[in-house]
Design a protein around this ligand. Sequence first.
Ligand code: FAD
Length: 364
Amino acid sequence: MKYDYLIVGAGLFGAVFAREAANAGKTCLVVEKRAHIGGNIYTENVGGVTVHKFGAHIFHTSDKRVWDYVNKYAEFTSFINSPLANYKGRLYHLPFNMNTFYELWGVTTPAEAKKKIDEQKIPCGNPQNVKEQAMSLVGEDIYKTLVEGYTEKQWGKSADKLPADIIKRLPLRFTFDNNYFNDKYQGIPEGGYTRLIENLLKGVEVRLNTDFIADRENLGKLADKILYTGAIDEFFGFAEGNLEYRSLRFETERLDTPDFQGNAVVNYTEREVPYTRIIEHKHFERGNNSPFTVITREYPDDWKPGKERFYPVNDGANGARYEKYRERAKAQKNVIFGGRLGLYKYYDMDDVVAEALAFADKYI
Ligand code: FAD
């Protein structure tokens, strides 16, 4: 059978595009090289606890079209992300807000907090690195306690060697508000993201454990058009060299205790602790009374070919390399490149949905 679309990748981008194509009466085949759908938002049910297999995922958006769209395919809980930071055994609220300032300095009013921060800031007209940038934005105490070690672990370099533009802003909130995001809508699909993807892919043929690159000759013949959400450099046989990424490593444990840390996300901001955060999955769901719990420690990892790609490295060299791939992509008349790997870009999930819908409007 010949399909209208071959969709490479059953992540969020591929699934939204497939749904729209199917709704428009087009035939689609989705091929996915992993053993499951969902890409990096895949969740797994472990004895009644929904486990986020590739890191904590909270859906947040201010785009009503996107929010209404995802709510058609899953029921969302009212989860609000309120992470904590653990620095040398003491806990601080995030994002930086009046609770954090109280915990750091005992200040109780916005005016006192602003005065304290102004005293600590070291102005810098042209910051050369993350340290100078952060010290000029928030001053020493916040930088040392909550920024320095965490950023160094994430990027695997010391802060005075990291380019200043890694940190563009460090928002300070002068209210007692621990909601990490500013978006109007926020939540997590009931039963996990896999259910959302299953619903998007209802009625669409999906072949798991099928690597497009390994069988592109045959698979390519199956459809008139290809939506490719895999890595763009891999599509072109790495002809312009590898696009670099930061990687992550996850260690997941089931513990025989009903509650490990009392919160979904706790960041570890000191350099000496090797992981950046611990996720306790059951706290993404309200009222999960299971007698055990599941936690995941997230370790930043250097990337090398063969490892899972997580965060694109948006520096000059990789940007220039991506531009070369983009030029090659333009010459591929029947292939559309999409998603975080196809466009070599960090996208939040709402951006992915918005972009996949825009692609569907344009191409279907
Ligand atoms: P992917 O999910 O990567 O899907 C691409 C799919 O293509 C994969 O399943 C892959 O296996 C498949 N594929 C690749 N190559 C081939 C091939 N050759 N053949 C067949 N299949 C192939 N966003 C938020 O909005 N909120 C959050 O809280 C949040 N937390 C995050 C936490 C972490 C640690 C990370 C890394 C990201 C987070 N994100 C978050 C971003 C979110 O993960 C992405 O927006 C989303 O997963 C991107 O979807 P995608 O379909 O573009 O890519």
